[in-house]
Each structure stands twice: as structure tokens, then as C-alpha cells.
Design a protein around this ligand. Structure first.
Ligand code: HEC
Length: 478
């Protein structure tokens, strides 16, 4: 990557200092000369940008709707590419560049945007294939990182229409001994029907069967809104439904959910991979663990069968640091975390275009290194902002997402050293007006809930800690 940058930079410098012929204007970086001879080409100027900023999604079997691996696939999209990059719609990246530093920032520099625009304006030329950087060697099978171990989830049939509740299922973890996991990739076969999917490693419980989906009945209005609202995304007791994998026969009983899921590892649109390798960290999975998987499928207008696979890379060397995340999920063993959002207070009035949700206010009890943010809201989500208040009172905006977009659940990776005694304030706003094109109904009150048309405002954060530090050692609710 770095070398490619240097090469691109050299190309630009070359263009800039190249002796101007008879008073010709020196072209700006990425611009072609007046005679068109230096028109940027796909191979020389453009494919390198695509490799670095686009191909992770735009290649066969990924979420991008077309491939940007080669000239033949990219060329028909040239005009759309120019407008998508000029409007900064692509690549998806929602952080305000004024605040924070993110090591997975995939936004384009102005010079890269200019290069792509000039390439399109000057005829989207192929150029000489010899000028192209070596192609990226993406692993087979759609993986972004070649996994050491793969788990196949049971195939899941999704009907074209209707509400699908969150369901949980237990499956055996693939590790027979204590294992350090360094990256996790969840790879749906049909991303269009996956609202999200999360799992957690748990201790094996002989009383709970593998391969049985379990969920709780949620009485809903015709438009899908839950009839009973109690500040939780979904109730944990009531009528419990079960169905064995591969069967359509549902059994019901009154009681409590037995499977507690969580958001230790998640798949969300735009979030395909958890990778701790750059931080030299890992998550310890004790021998004989179970995987508790929460699946939330959503109707896409077409009948579908999804076959999700989960890939892991592992290491034999125990890492210095371990990774933990503080979500706000149900079933979190630390009750502090499930309360930080004050979900009971989230009540968005009809037609309110700028509703400030109940803020999260979290105090850090120990010096801590924050390594990612993943703000999570639904269709009315409008903005999210994380402000760190240091012990001396100084305030710093560490992530600002001015135009939150439900369709992109992005993770912002960073390295932020937080001194003990600091506080993190997290503020979401919501747009329940007609101006929000994703708003299914501006005339309804909206409460906390697990479906896209209900709301959330989860201030997810990830941390690197010493091996023996627990979640509750780090934070407390304000
Ligand atoms: C994180 C995944 C991801 C990355 C990275 C990404 N795209 Fe996309 N792109 C998508 C998806 C998904 C769609 C279809 C949905 C949409 O339009 O939002 C899309 C749509 C597009 C479209 C069609 C837009 C339209 O208006 O129909 C263009 C053009 C495009 N991408 C170009 C690019 C270019 C160029 C890059 C890199 C500079 C890039 N994308 C990076 C996922 C991605």
C-alpha cells in the first residue's frame, strides 16, 4: 500500500515538474495535459486506488453490486463512479474528518477523487497493463482474510415478506483446546437478507441443546411496531418458541429464553471483519466452548436461503493484550453496560426532525486504550458523537458522525489512550420527519426496539486491556 502511494505520488510529482512544452500549463495532480497525452489511465492511475479503497467490497461475491478488479468490469460504471466519489457517497465512510484519527479510514483524498474524475472526463482509458500495480491476491471463497478454521451455520430460509424476529441458536465451537482467536469474519451467502448476526463464545451447558432456534413472541401492530414497550429491544420472557434446525415445526411454552446471545462478534452491513492482528491482540476461547449465535434475518422481497460461514484466524502465542468490547447488548453479564443507554427514556415524537436521545455517560476507572467505535442506531438515526472529558475538564470530540446512515454500520478503528477518571459522553440524534428518506412512518412515536423501524443508540466501543482485566474493572455508569 505504502509503496503504491509513493508510486502514485511520484507520478503526480512527475506530472508537475515535467518540463512544460511551449508555455503549456503544468497539469495539477491527476489532471491530464491540454493535449490529452497524459490522460490518466485505468492501469497507471486508477486501479491502485480501487485496490486500496474499493475492492474489499467491489469484487465477486461481496456486497458491492459490481466488480472493480479489472478494466472490463469497471469501465461500464465509469460515470457512476465519478459521481459516487465526488459526492463522497463511495467509499462509505461517515466520520467527520475534523475529529479523531482512524487507521481504517477508507475515504478518498482530494487528489484521488481528482484522478478518478479526470480519468472519466478524459474517456476512461485503459492504458498499458504493464503500468498496473500487482493485483491484490484476495483469498478464495469470498474471504477477506484466509481463515484457519471455518464454521458453517445451518442454512436459514427467509420468506420474501414478513417480520422475522431475532432468533438464537447454540452450536459447538470448533476449538478442542484453549484457543487465541485473532480475527473473525462472518460471511453470509445472501447479505440482502441479513439484518445483522452476532455471536458470543459461552461455556458449554449440557442442559441446552445444540441446533435449536429459540425466540420470544413479540405481539406486534400491523405495521410491525411492538405492542408492549418496556425499554428493551425484545422481551426475555413470555411465550417462547423453538424450532429445530431444518424443521418448520414450532413448539411453544410459557417461560424465559434460555439462550443468552451477545454482540461479542457481529456482522452488520459494511462490517465484515473483526481483526485484532494489527493490534497484536486476541480473544481467548476456552476449550469446549459453545457459540451462541443471534441471527436476525429480514425479508428482502425474494425467497432466499442463506448459508453463512464464520472464519477464524488463530495464534499459538498468547498475546500481550486481550480485546474486549463494551456494547450495550441484552444479556451482557455486566449490568452496567446494559443500562448505559437509558433505553426507557428513548421516545421520539412524531415528526420530530432533530430529537436528542438520552446520552450515555461512562466513567473510566482505569487507564484504558480504546481501539474502536461502532455507533449503532436504526432508520431514524441522524447523528452520533463521542466526546471524551478528561479528568482536568478538557473536552475532546473523538468521533463525530454528522450524517449517520443505518445502511452502513461502520467500525472506526483508532488508538486512543484514555486516562483513569475520564468520561465518555455519547450523544445520538434522530430524524423522525418526512425529510428522512428511510423513515417508514413519521407520524408514529418511536421507542427502543430490535427491529429496524424501532430505535436504538448503542455506543459500542472496543478496548485493549491486560490479560486479567475484566469489563467491570474499566467502566462505570455516570
Ligand atoms: C464497504 C463496502 C464498499 C466499499 C469499500 C465501496 N463500495 Fe461502492 N458500493 C457498495 C455497495 C453495497 C453498493 C450498493 C449500495 C449502494 O449504492 O449504497 C455500492 C455502490 C457503488 C456504486 C453505485 C452507486 C449508485 O449510485 O448506484 C458505485 C459507482 C460505487 N459503489 C463505486 C465505488 C468506488 C469507486 C469505491 C472505492 C473508491 C467503492 N464503491 C467502495 C459497497 C462498497
Amino acid at each position: 500500500m505504502a509503496i503504491r502511494h509513493i508510486l502514485l505520488a511520484l507520478v503526480f510529482v512527475g506530472l508537475m515538474v515535467g518540463t512544460p512544452v511551449r508555455g503549456e500549463e503544468v497539469p495539477k495532480p491527476g489532471e491530464a495535459g491540454a493535449n490529452g497525452a497524459q490522460a490518466p489511465t485505468f492501469y497507471k492511475n486508477v486501479v491502485g486506488i480501487f485496490q486500496e479503497k474499493c475492492q474489499s467490497c467491489h469484487r465477486p461475491n461481496q456486497i458491492g453490486p459490481f466488480s472493480l478488479l479489472d478494466y472490463q468490469s469497471a469501465r461500464p460504471w465509469a460515470k457512476a463512479i465519478k459521481s459516487a466519489v465526488m459526492e463522497r457517497k463511495m467509499p462509505p465512510w461517515l466520520a467527520n474528518p475534523k475529529y479523531g484519527h482512524f487507521n481504517n479510514d477508507r475515504s478518498l483524498s482530494q487528489a484521488e477523487i481528482d484522478t478518478i474524475a479526470a480519468w472519466v472526463d478524459k474517456g476512461s482509458l485503459a492504458g498499458d497493463a504493464k503500468d498496473a500495480p500487482a493485483p491484490v491476491r484476495w483469498p478464495d471463497g469470498g474471504w477477506t482474510v484466509q481463515p484457519d478454521t471455518v464454521v458453517d451455520l445451518p442454512p436459514y430460509a427467509v420468506k420474501a415478506a414478513g417480520v422475522v424476529e431475532w432468533e438464537s441458536v447454540l452450536i459447538p465451537a470448533p476449538f478442542k483446546e484453549d484457543t487465541w482467536v485473532t480475527s473473525v469474519q462472518i460471511l453470509p451467502s445472501d447479505p440482502a437478507v441479513v439484518h445483522h448476526m452476532c455471536f458470543e463464545f459461552q461455556k458449554y451447558n449440557p442442559d441446552l441443546p445444540f441446533n435449536v432456534y429459540e425466540w420470544v413472541e413479540i405481539p406486534r401492530e400491523d405495521d410491525g411496531a411492538a405492542k408492549v414497550y418496556d425499554g428493551r429491544p425484545h422481551p426475555t420472557e413470555g411465550t417462547i418458541l423453538r424450532r429445530a434446525v431444518g424443521s418448520t415445526e414450532v413448539t411453544r411454552f410459557q417461560g424465559k429464553l434460555t439462550i443468552k446471545g451477545s454482540n461479542q462478534f457481529c456482522y452488520l452491513p459494511g462490517l465484515t471483519l473483526e481483526d485484532y492482528r494489527p493490534a497484536k491482540a486476541a480473544v481467548l476461547v476456552p476449550a469446549g466452548s459453545t457459540m451462541a449465535v443471534d441471527v436476525h434475518y429480514t425479508a428482502s422481497g425474494k425467497d432466499s436461503v442463506d448459508r453463512t460461514r464464520i472464519g477464524f484466524t488463530i495464534t499459538k502465542t498468547p498475546p500481550v493484550k486481550k480485546f474486549i468490547n463494551l456494547g450495550g447488548g441484552d444479556g451482557d453479564e455486566n449490568p452496567v453496560n446494559s443500562r448505559i443507554q437509558d433505553n426507557m427514556k428513548l421516545a421520539i415524537p412524531p415528526n420530530d426532525g432533530n430529537y436528542a436521545g438520552p446520552p450515555a455517560d461512562i466513567t473510566f476507572k482505569k487507564d484504558t486504550e480504546l481501539v474502536w467505535f461502532r455507533p449503532h442506531a436504526h432508520q431514524r438515526g441522524k447523528s452520533a458523537r463521542y466526546t471524551l472529558i478528561y479528568p482536568d475538564g478538557r473536552e475532546e470530540i473523538v468521533l463525530d458522525v454528522p450524517r449517520y446512515d443505518f445502511n452502513w454500520q461502520l467500525t472506526y478503528r483508532t488508538s486512543l489512550k484514555i486516562p483513569a477518571g475520564s468520561r465518555m459522553n455519547v450523544q445520538f440524534t434522530y430524524d423522525n420527519s418526512v425529510n428522512n428518506k428511510y423513515n417508514p412512518n413519521p407520524n408514529k412515536w418511536v421507542y427502543y426496539g430490535g427491529q429496524s423501524w424501532e430505535e436504538m443508540g448503542t455506543p459500542n466501543m472496543g478496548f485493549l486491556v491486560d490479560q486479567n482485566t475484566k469489563k467491570e474493572d474499566i467502566i462505570k455508569e455516570q
